[in-house]
Design a protein around this ligand. Structure first.
Ligand code: AMP
Length: 208
């Protein structure tokens, strides 16, 4: 199954992806994770992307489309993937369609996890991530409950940057909801509930 996950930053895309991957073994393609890895490794892409990421702005389409196109050519994506955080602009959605049609691997569903923006600001400001395994927790998790690793706050998870990320989402990414509705691929889930409750509904919506 080939899935695009839509939703504002902090809606729970990463958490739901993690659960789906653990249970069903889909290939997880998170552009945010790929960019953070590039920043950490100090690659050319990482250097270019960091300024945009720190401000909560989108990295230019040409950089990100190349990254995803390359990733989709890897064999582990053939059995099904979850695209998390991509596409985020109409140009990215069009480029994705073109690439998937070239590969003859069309999308099955665009799953929107819908959460109120004010809930998101609170949620992201208290979000903490494990440096070792990427587990997403809260400020309450002093160490990672999964692997004991150090929990940290992402540079772009402060309130001012989060508000900008939400503005960027509303302007550039939210129009994709209509785009995928028009392609008859959109499924919407209310994400303003506990992760396990959302997950049950996600599985039902995907027929899993
Ligand atoms: P995320 O982890 O998905 O919230 O992404 C963190 C940051 O990485 C975003 O605020 C953007 O700066 C950048 N980013 C991730 N995915 C994309 C994308 N598809 N297009 C442009 N920028 C992206």
């Amino acid at each position: 199954m080939n899935i695009v996950l839509l939703g504002a930053p902090g809606a729970g895309k990463g958490t739901q992806s993690e659960k789906l991957i653990e249970e069903f073994g889909f290939c997880h393609i998170s552009t945010g994770d790929m960019l953070r890895a590039a920043v950490k490794a100090g690659t050319e892409l990482g250097k270019k992307a960091k300024t945009y990421m720190d401000a909560g702005d989108l990295v230019p389409d040409d950089l990100i489309i190349g990254l995803v196109t390359e990733r989709l050519s890897e064999p582990d994506t053939e059995a099904g993937f979850i695209l998390d955080g991509f596409p985020r602009t109409s140009a990215q959605a069009v480029a994705l369609d073109a690439e998937l049609s070239k590969l003859d691997r069309p999308l099955d569903v665009a799953l929107l996890i819908d959460v109120d923006p004010e809930v998101i600001v609170k949620r992201i400001s208290s979000r903490r991530v494990c440096r070792q395994c990427g587990y997403v927790g809260t400020v309450e998790d002093k160490v990672c409950p999964k692997c004991g690793g150090e929990m940290y706050q992402r540079d772009d998870d402060n309130e001012a940057t989060v508000r900008n990320r939400l503005d960027v989402y509303n302007t550039s990414t939210a129009p994709l909801i209509d785009y995928y509705r028009g392609c008859d691929l959109l499924v919407t889930i209310d994400g303003d509930r506990k992760p396990d409750v959302v997950y049950e509904e996600v599985k039902e919506a995907l027929g899993l």
